[in-house]
Design a binder for this molecule. Structure first.
Ligand SMILES: [Zn+2]
Ligand SMILES: [Zn+2]
Ligand SMILES: [Zn+2]
Length: 259
């Protein structure tokens, strides 16, 4: 299984509009971060996680021509705003895409992109998606066995998941204790959000994310959803050996679905 880090940035992206700080002015492409999203590819199947504002550019760069399933972590704009570009896949596939989201989020997605779910009289092609609820128990999307975890992200929930010995959790403040016990020792590679080294009311910050990696016994911890106060090179020394920052275009290859 190949994991594509499509976007590694926090909600503003990096560079931040109007900011001239060292990271925003950096020429290092690893300091240029589009909004957080990943794709999993295995056995000819592709699972997209979220539709970031730059989704079209992200999949073009990753060489992803088609997707077989979509999972939404939550409905914040930095994870949904690229929704309209799902049309691009439909032009080729001509089949509706199965999109999974927490049950309470279906009305939210339909309200954000009403034109895709109602007949508005529009003549052109709109995104064609069939919505499915993420259950509380393991389930399968496009052949990927998903073990979901419900996370608290300020006043909204977010959905993280484990696929075999890989896990992706983004946009959360606290990780449920029961799931730590359940997942401990089962994860080789984990991509998790960690905004920066400061504080944040609704997001796990880097020291908290490192603690989570440690609690779960993760072998390789990769930090995503990064803000402009993290320099890929300069701040690498602040991480322990088993952890690293993600960057746009990063890929990780793992043995698929081994548990
Ligand atoms: Zn986010
Ligand atoms: Zn900046
Ligand atoms: Zn969020």
């Amino acid at each position: 299984m190949r994991v594509h880090i499509l976007g590694s940035g926090t909600s503003s992206g990096v560079p931040v509009i109007g900011c001239h700080c060292k990271v925003c002015m950096s020429k290092d492409p690893k300091n240029h971060r589009t909004r957080a999203s990943i794709a999993l590819v295995h056995d000819g199947q592709t699972l997209l996680v979220d539709t970031a504002p730059e989704m079209r550019l992200q999949v073009l760069r990753a060489g992803i021509d088609a997707i077989d399933g979509l999972l939404y972590t939550h409905m914040h704009a930095d994870h949904t705003a690229g929704f309209d570009d799902l049309r691009g896949f439909y032009f080729k596939s001509r089949t509706a895409l199965n999109a999974y989201l927490l049950p309470e989020y279906a009305p939210d997605l339909k309200a954000r992109f009403r034109y895709a779910f109602e007949d508005t009289g529009y003549y052109g092609v709109t995104p064609q998606v069939t919505l499915h609820s993420i259950p509380d128990a393991p389930f399968t999307i496009a052949g990927f066995p998903i073990d979901p975890v419900r996370l608290v992200h300020g006043n909204v929930p977010s959905c993280g998941f484990r696929v075999g010995r890989f896990a992706y959790v983004t946009d959360f403040k606290n990780f449920p204790t029961a799931k730590i016990a359940e997942w401990r020792g089962k994860i080789d590679v984990m991509v998790a959000s960690g905004i920066h080294f400061g504080t944040h009311p609704t997001h796990s910050v880097i020291p908290e994310t490192l603690q989570l990696f440690d609690d779960l016994g993760v072998k390789r911890g990769i930090i995503s959803h990064l803000a402009h106060d993290v320099d890929y090179v300069e701040h690498a020394a602040l991480l322990p050996d088993f952890a690293e920052y993600s960057f746009d275009g990063m890929t990780i290859d793992l043995e698929a679905f081994v548990s």
